[in-house]
Design a protein around this ligand. Structure first.
Ligand SMILES: Cc1cc2nc3c(=O)[nH]c(=O)nc-3n(C[C@H](O)[C@H](O)[C@H](O)COP(=O)(O)OP(=O)(O)OC[C@H]3O[C@@H](n4cnc5c(N)ncnc54)[C@H](O)[C@@H]3O)c2cc1C
Length: 495
C-alpha cells in the first residue's frame, strides 16, 4: 500500500465525535467522504467514546422531547423540575463565568445559538438520549447520551459505514499536502504498509489537541504536566495542530491551560474505549461535599466555590500543585447516610477509620496538621440548610478560614471517616487553531483563510480558557464538526 493514492471530496482526519459529525454533514451534501484514524479498529472511538453528556440550550420540554425516545412526558417533566431550562443567555453566562470572560465571543455565539439545532440534527441521524439519573450518575446535565459516548460512537461508525464512508485505521496523518496556490488538497499519512497520500478536495482536521503528548504538555502547560496521567486515549499527540502550524495556521485560545480533573490515585496512564466499557470511570467528583487536604493535612482550595460541573475541570491543576501531586477527599458518615455517592465510588481507592488520627496515619497524612485543619473547618461551618442538589448552590458555607468553603459545608464530625486519595487526570488541552466560527475554515497567520482546510473539536481553539463547563467538549465538537463538514463539502463540490 506504500504507493497507494486515495481520492475523496472531503477527507476527515480523526474519527471522534467532531470528525464523525463532520462526516455526517458532508454526507448530507452528497460528498464522498474518507476518514483517517490513527487507532486500530478495536481501539477506535477517541476521547468521545469515554464521555457521558452534552451541555446544550433548551427552553422547556418541547426542546428535550425529540431527543428522548423511552421516557413518558411525566418522567420528562420530573426531570425538568431539576433544571427547567438552560437558555441561550444562561449558557453564554455560565461559559463566560467559568472562563473569566475570556471565551472567544464569536466562537461562543455560534456554540450557544447552534447547540439545540445540533442535538436535534444528531437525533435525526439516529442518536438519542436518556434521562441522567440521580446521584449515582453524577452529571449536571439533564440527559445522558444513550450508551454514553461509547454508544454514540458505535452508532456513528455503523451509520457512516452503512453510508459508504471509508475508514482507514492505523493510519496516522503526518503532513498536509498543498498545491501551488496554497490550497490544502490532501494529507500524507503513515499506514502499517508505509506512507500513502490521501487526497481530498477539502480536508477536515478533527484529531484532538496535544493532551497525550508529554513533550508538548511540558512545553505549553509547564513543569509537572509531562508526567500526568491521561483520562483518555493516548492518540491525541498534537499531530493535527503541528501539521497545520507548519503551513502557517494561526494558533488560537489558551495554550497554557487545560481540562484536568480529580481522578482516583490508581488512574491508569491512559484509557482506550474498549477497556473503559468494562472498568468504568475513575472520576472522583464527591469533592464539593468533602474537604480536600494535601499530605500536610492542609486544605488548599474552595471545594465548592461553584457547581461541580463548573469547577471540576480546573480542580486537577490545584491537585497537581500539591506535594507529590496528590490530595485526599475527606468525608464523614453523613454523605453515606444521604446516599449521595456516585456508583463509581464503589471501586474507589479508599481508607476508613473511626478517628481522624487513625485515618491520617493510614494514609501518611501529617496527623497534627490534619486534625487541626478539620477542627478549624468544623468550627467555621455556618448554620444553614445543606442541599446537595447539583444544579443549585445551597449557600451553606464557612466563615473566617482560608480558603473558604462557599457551599455544601458540613462539619466532618461523625465516624467512620473516609478518605479518597486523588490525583490530577488530564482530560484535554485547550490550545487549538483559529477557525472562522461560521465555516470552521482554518485561518492563516497572514489573516486569510487557508483554502481547503477546516478544523473542529479539540482542535478548534478559543472557547475554553482556564476552565470549562461539563458537557461542553462534545457539544462544541458536534456543532463545529457539523459546520466544518458542511462547508468542506460545499467547497469541495464547487471545485
Ligand atoms: C474520560 C473522559 C470523559 C469525558 N466526558 C465528557 C463528557 O461527558 N462530555 C463532554 O462534553 N466532554 C467530555 N470529555 C471531553 C471530550 O471527550 C472531548 O471534548 C471530545 O471528545 C473531543 O472530541 P474530538 O472529536 O475533538 O476528539 P476525540 O474524540 O479524541 O477524537 C480524536 C481522534 O483523532 C485520532 N487521531 C489523533 N491523531 C491522529 C492522526 N495523526 N491521524 C489520524 N487520527 C488521529 C484519535 O485517535 C481520535 O480517534 C471527556 C473526556 C474524557 C477523556
Amino acid at each position: 500500500m506504500g504507493d497507494e493514492v486515495f481520492h475523496y471530496d472531503v477527507l476527515v482526519v480523526g474519527s471522534g465525535n467532531a470528525a464523525c459529525s463532520a462526516a455526517h454533514a458532508a454526507l448530507d451534501r452528497k460528498a464522498r467522504v474518507g476518514i483517517l484514524e490513527k487507532a486500530s479498529k478495536r481501539d477506535r472511538g477517541g476521547n468521545s467514546a469515554l464521555t457521558g453528556h452534552m451541555r446544550f440550550v433548551f427552553n422547556g420540554i418541547e426542546d428535550v422531547r425529540p431527543l428522548v425516545r423511552n421516557a413518558s412526558d411525566g418522567e420528562l417533566r420530573a426531570l425538568l423540575e431539576r433544571l427547567p431550562h438552560r437558555t441561550e443567555a444562561e449558557l453564554w453566562d455560565e461559559i463566560m463565568r467559568v472562563t473569566n470572560n475570556q471565551s472567544d465571543q464569536d466562537m461562543l455565539q455560534v456554540h450557544v445559538t447552534e447547540s439545540l439545532n445540533t442535538v436535534h440534527w444528531l437525533a435525526g441521524k439516529g442518536h438519542d438520549w436518556t434521562p441522567a439519573g440521580g446521584f449515582k450518575t453524577p452529571s449536571d446535565n439533564i440527559l445522558t447520551m444513550n450508551g454514553g459516548g461509547y454508544g454514540l460512537q458505535q452508532r456513528n461508525f455503523a451509520i457512516l459505514e452503512k453510508a459508504g464512508v471509508l475508514f482507514h485505521y492505523e493510519t496516522s496523518a503526518t503532513e498536509l499536502i498543498q498545491d501551488q496556490q496554497g490550497r490544502v488538497v490532501g494529507v500524507r499519512a503513515l499506514t502499517p504498509a508505509g506512507f500513502a497520500n490521501f487526497y481530498g478536495k477539502s480536508v477536515v482536521l478533527a484529531c484532538g489537541s496535544f493532551e497525550s503528548n508529554p513533550e508538548m504538555r511540558a512545553r505549553y502547560l509547564g513543569p509537572g504536566w509531562d508526567l500526568v496521567r491521561l483520562r483518555g486515549v493516548p492518540f491525541n499527540t498534537g499531530d493535527g495542530l503541528r501539521m497545520a502550524l507548519d503551513i502557517g495556521a494561526m494558533p488560537h485560545g489558551s495554550w497554557s491551560t487545560c481540562h484536568a480533573s480529580p481522578q482516583d490515585l490508581n488512574l491508569p496512564p491512559f484509557t482506550i474505549p474498549i477497556s473503559y466499557s468494562t472498568r468504568g470511570s475513575y472520576a472522583r467528583y464527591m469533592y464539593p461535599y468533602s474537604i480536600m487536604v494535601n499530605a500536610r493535612g492542609e486544605r488548599f482550595v474552595d471545594e465548592a466555590e461553584d457547581l461541580r460541573g463548573r469547577t471540576y475541570a480546573k480542580m486537577g491543576r490545584s491537585i497537581l500543585a500539591q506535594p507529590g501531586g496528590i490530595a485526599f477527599q475527606i468525608l464523614d458518615a453523613k454523605p453515606r447516610k444521604m446516599d449521595i455517592y456516585p456508583s463509581n465510588y464503589d471501586k474507589a481507592t479508599t481508607a476508613k477509620a473511626d478517628t481522624l488520627e487513625n485515618l491520617a496515619e493510614e494514609l501518611d497524612i501529617n496527623v497534627a496538621g490534619f486534625v487541626k485543619t478539620v477542627r478549624e473547618f468544623n468550627a467555621a461551618v455556618q448554620p444553614g440548610h445543606f442541599d446537595p442538589d447539583r444544579h443549585k448552590l445551597d449557600g451553606k458555607r464557612t466563615a473566617g478560614i482560608t480558603p473558604p468553603k462557599s457551599n455544601y459545608a458540613l462539619p466532618i464530625d461523625e465516624p467512620p471517616f473516609e478518605a479518597f486519595p486523588v490525583r490530577c487526570g488530564m482530560t484535554f488541552t485547550f490550545g487549538g487553531l483559529k477557525i472562522d466560527p461560521k465555516s470552521a475554515q482554518v485561518q492563516h497567520v497572514a489573516g486569510r483563510p487557508i483554502p481547503g482546510l477546516y478544523a473542529a473539536g479539540e482542535m478548534a481553539g478559543g472557547l475554553w480558557v482556564g476552565n470549562y463547563a461539563s458537557g461542553s467538549g462534545m457539544m462544541a465538537g458536534a456543532t463545529f464538526g457539523r459546520i466544518a463538514g458542511t462547508h468542506a463539502a460545499i467547497a469541495a463540490l464547487q471545485s
